[in-house]
Design a protein. Structure first.
Length: 181
């Protein structure tokens, strides 16, 4: 059970209510949205940024979801794993493949770029001050600088979401439970 209540759409300023609607198209993140809505500046800027990034579509969804599931598995965030593993399945990774994402080196469903994204996600999450130039040389073979910046930001932000969700013990929504059942 969550350690805080969930704010409702009508609890945020009218000018921000569209973000409730926008986030409903992103996935069943009602608990997260309701928790962040207690602080309109956080709600506005975090979800505004996420919806803007999604609309722009600079980073292919498969690589984004690989990164988010890898980070969430590293941090053992059940909330985020449950929400993002179905998105990864849409991108062609089986549920078993998503479950075993951290065993990326010999992963039968991953190509060279998939493995690179997971490896980079692990590096940014676990050893960020030791990610070497060689990693960036490899990334630059497949990604633009815009994509590398977004991938790095989303990996770091996912770690923050993992901590936020777990420390507040956000409830897994029924829609998310149904997707993993």
């Amino acid at each position: 059970m969550a350690r805080i209540s969930y704010a409702e759409r009508d609890d945020v300023p009218t000018r921000l209510q569209h973000l409730f609607d926008d986030m409903s198209t992103y996935g069943p993140f009602g608990s997260l949205v309701g928790a962040m809505a207690h602080r309109p500046p956080i709600f506005e800027h975090v979800f505004g940024m996420l919806t803007d990034l999604r609309k722009e579509g600079v980073l292919p969804r498969r690589y984004l979801e690989l990164a988010l599931v890898a980070v969430s598995k590293l941090n053992e965030c059940d909330y985020c794993v449950a929400h993002h593993s179905p998105f990864l399945t849409i991108e062609g990774v089986s549920p078993l493949g998503a479950e075993n994402i951290l065993d990326y080196k010999d992963h039968p469903e991953f190509d060279e770029i998939d493995k690179l994204v997971v490896e980079y996600s692990i590096g940014v999450s676990n050893d960020f001050n030791r990610v070497r130039d060689a990693m960036f040389a490899r990334l630059k073979k497949h990604f633009t600088e815009k994509q590398i910046v977004e991938l790095t930001w989303r990996i770091a932000l996912c770690g923050a979401f993992n901590r936020f969700n777990d420390v507040l013990q956000l409830d897994l929504e029924a829609d998310a439970l149904a997707k993993i059942a």
